[in-house]
Design a protein around this ligand. Sequence first.
Ligand SMILES: *[C@@H]1O[C@H](CO)[C@@H](O)[C@H](O)[C@H]1NC(C)=O
Ligand SMILES: *[C@@H]1O[C@H](CO)[C@@H](O)[C@H](O)[C@H]1NC(C)=O
Ligand SMILES: *[C@@H]1O[C@H](CO)[C@@H](O)[C@H](O)[C@H]1NC(C)=O
Ligand SMILES: *[C@@H]1O[C@H](CO)[C@@H](O)[C@H](O)[C@H]1NC(C)=O
Ligand SMILES: CC(=O)N[C@H]1CO[C@H](CO)[C@@H](O)[C@@H]1O
Ligand SMILES: [Fe+2]
Length: 662
Amino acid sequence: MEGYHVTIRTAAPALAGSYSILHVSLISIQGRIVSAVLDAESHLLPGSACTILMGGSDDVEQVALVRLRLEARPGFPELDWHCQTVEVNHGPQVQVFPCHRWLRAADGDVELRCEDACLLNMEALQVLIGHRAQELSRRQQHIRWQTFAEGVPHCVDMQSLQPLGPNLSYTRQSPGTNLHYLMGFAERKEPWRSFKEIECLFLHNGSGNPVAMYVWSHWREDAFFGYQCLNGCNPLLVRQIRSIPANLSVTPELVQPFLPEGSSLELELETGKVFLLDYEVLEGVPPNIINGKQQHLTAPLCLLHAGPDGTLKPIAIQLQQKPATENPVFLPSDPQPDWLLAKMWTRCADFQCHQLISHFLHTHLLGEVCCIATLRQLPEVHPIHRLLMPHIRSSLQINIQARASLLAPNGVFDRAIGCGLKAIPVLLAHAMARLRYDTLCVPEDLKARGLDSLPNCYYAQDALKVWNALNRFVTKWVDVYYHSNTEVQEDSELQSWIKEIFTKGFLGKAESGMPQSFESKEELSKFITMVIFSSSALHAAVNFSQLDFNLWMPNCPASMSRPPPQSKGLVREDDLMTFLPEVNATCSVLTTLTLLSQPAANFVPLCQYREPYFSNGAHYRLVEEVQSDLRAIAEEISERNSKMELPYPYLSPLLIENSVAI
Ligand SMILES: *[C@@H]1O[C@H](CO)[C@@H](O)[C@H](O)[C@H]1NC(C)=O
Ligand SMILES: *[C@@H]1O[C@H](CO)[C@@H](O)[C@H](O)[C@H]1NC(C)=O
Ligand SMILES: *[C@@H]1O[C@H](CO)[C@@H](O)[C@H](O)[C@H]1NC(C)=O
Ligand SMILES: *[C@@H]1O[C@H](CO)[C@@H](O)[C@H](O)[C@H]1NC(C)=O
Ligand SMILES: CC(=O)N[C@H]1CO[C@H](CO)[C@@H](O)[C@@H]1O
Ligand SMILES: [Fe+2]
């Protein structure tokens, strides 16, 4: 056979085709180039394959790279082309060059290679070493860092989706949401008149949601307050303590009545039964102005006790950090409205930390940092690029959208949430200054917070199972490509990658304990596990649950519109309402949460991969193993949940989306 028979395949979706003229070059392993032009009318039709003959009888060498370039056809619109593969048939041998992405004329030359993933040090051909470097330098021009705010992880330098291009964009298909009962309040700028009034809205909107109904009927109970710290939408804050923090003016006598008979605060602390919620990160954060009115934020300290049956209950709440007479410690024995109001203030602080720290910082921003660094520092053929991209690809788009809408002037934070546009950079910077690597790694985090010892912390139990399954999968993936720790140390692409994450994402703060380089396979596997877990499971835990726990607004007030109480006995049940967000501010938050909670029709569950390289050889087996591990976890969870009045489904692997896509 003479020359190369080259088959170009266009992807099947109806929009995949293009009018453009295609230039194809084959680059041989010795660097020889043969070129051809496809300009017939029907070459790039959706789902089509077209074969051309290239080169002559002298061309006998294997092909190392296929270079493609689109050129707009005069007089025709320039459409993006979705190339599936290029096959080069050369005598007995067929080489397949996967593409699976969008190309456009403005891209210039795009080069495809045909091997399985490989590390830079394993690269044998000069032409391929050069290709890796070129790919990265091109990407570094396209994807650049930008400062989001002082002291906050850097983000991508794009204000709109357009420069992202089709490769990094996605469409979330959702069936649409019923906002019927939430609309029509847009102009009603006044406090709610009574709980009955809030109930009326709630029953129209929450009665289809059994968890929300449960919240509505139990939100005043201390045991449910404690339950939410462990299994609500923000299970990341509560921690076991061995001594009472200096700022909390709690004496042993004060809380004695709420401890088991015959015990003491000292004994309960010693035996690990005392827990704390500390919102110190909110100290000094400037509260928003909503509907023209100054709002209020506090940085509460809340002490909790785990009873003999494992239920956690709050036993003391101090709304501000600094002890003072006008900053009393509220107790379960106080008049009911005082105690409930103290809990509502605490829940409002939790709302801010949940949305901005646990959700936005730990999952969205972290995913974006890793995505940018992966695109800039790891070529596509790098095994870590291949493993990570399905989990982080969507973070660029969703975060660009969030910055342009939710977090922008006139967005929901600006209009209706206690932490508005002035507060967000401050709170995020506070949170960053306190962020530790161990906090992001589930086994270390659960141990440090003493949650591994609580029998009814379902978040902890499920998170640990999912983490372990992911870690086994990642460890085996790393084993396929790195045969020793030395190979990890000598992978210059990988080391540049983690260095960039450390400096741009974690702002070069050594005290954060974030890795700055990788010395071993184990360290590498742990970090990759953390990235996948945060972008998938953690996001599910803090996202899926938010509507369930927030629909009954008094359970999670987005803001407080009166100053915190400075003494006890001054509020009556009827006054509680006046602290809550006004009617249209409430509806604005609920509308956003409802929109963010639309199920995706094209939902991809954890570790289900569409990219073809996951179904090849060694990977195929690893993917099958992790999928079967995850299925087993899902079964255990559903078995446990079937016996519970309030199930904890959020970390069931079947419900975990593969990446942060909303
Ligand atoms: C899609 O990705 C390829 C390879 O990574 C890149 O060369 C090309 O510019 C991208 N296309 C678009 C439209 O962004
Ligand atoms: C509430 O309504 C007033 C008009 O009465 C409007 O100016 C304000 O922007 C609305 N607030 C929200 C949060 O929608
Ligand atoms: C005590 O409160 C002050 C602010 O009033 C705060 O700066 C400090 O960090 C707090 N101390 C502890 C141990 O949380
Ligand atoms: C976020 O939660 C909602 C349900 O509240 C769910 O429909 C959606 O798919 C979740 N998104 C992700 C990315 O987990
Ligand atoms: C968010 C939410 O629960 N929305 C509900 C509003 O009310 C309608 C009708 O009851 C439900 O279908 C929606 O799901
Ligand atoms: Fe999200």
